[in-house]
Design a protein around this ligand. Structure first.
Ligand code: CA
Ligand code: CA
Ligand code: CA
Ligand code: CA
Length: 176
């Protein structure tokens, strides 16, 4: 009797000559096949599970790889390839919204520059709020604000002036 067990592209052949030992061997090979399909491979093919290793450790795990052209350690999600071994310059990590700018990636700090630096999908979401400083003492008032990147004339980012008509009055100098 000839018995063939398909196992991850390998075929185990066994010839049972009718002896008890041969039949036991065939049965063990069947068990080994089931065991291998469950995540382990019979190495060497002796039905001894003591030396078996994980199939994942042997087989190449196919997955998506993303090119990182600018070297910021984030790949371009729009140019992914599905392959086993990564091509040179490819990473498992995607998320780069501009793979030509090393300063643009998900870990970047958003700058007020008209660019989506941190790949959040928003541009300059950290634009500062400016407060009007009528008396030029460096302290503004909350009643008059402006949100923009560049500092407008007569505005400051510091708020708390209780008298914006007197440059000698500001917090801890006449203001509570
Ligand atoms: Ca990149
Ligand atoms: Ca980038
Ligand atoms: Ca920006
Ligand atoms: Ca002021």
């Amino acid at each position: 009797m000839r018995f063939t067990v398909p196992l991850h592209g390998t075929r185990y052949d066994s010839y049972a000559k009718g002896s008890i030992m041969s039949r036991i061997t065939v049965a063990l090979l069947c068990l080994a096949s089931v065991f291998a399909l469950s995540g382990f491979r019979d190495v060497p093919a002796d039905a001894n599970t003591d030396t078996d290793v994980s199939v994942a450790a042997i087989d190449c795990v196919t997955g998506l790889w993303y090119p990182d052209s600018d070297g910021d350690r984030y790949g371009d999600p729009n140019r992914a390839v599905l392959t086993c071994a990564p091509p040179a310059g490819y990473l498992r990590v995607a998320g780069d919204c501009d793979d030509s700018q090393v300063t643009v990636h998900p870990d970047a700090v958003e700058q007020c520059n008209g660019v989506d630096d941190n790949c959040s999908g928003e541009v300059d979401e950290t634009v500062p709020t400016w407060y009007r400083d009528g008396d030029g003492d460096g302290w503004g008032v909350e009643a008059s604000t402006w949100t923009r990147c560049d500092q407008p004339a007569g505005f400051t980012t510091v708020v708390g002036d209780c008298n914006d008509d007197n440059a000698k009055v500001f917090p801890r100098h006449g203001c509570p």
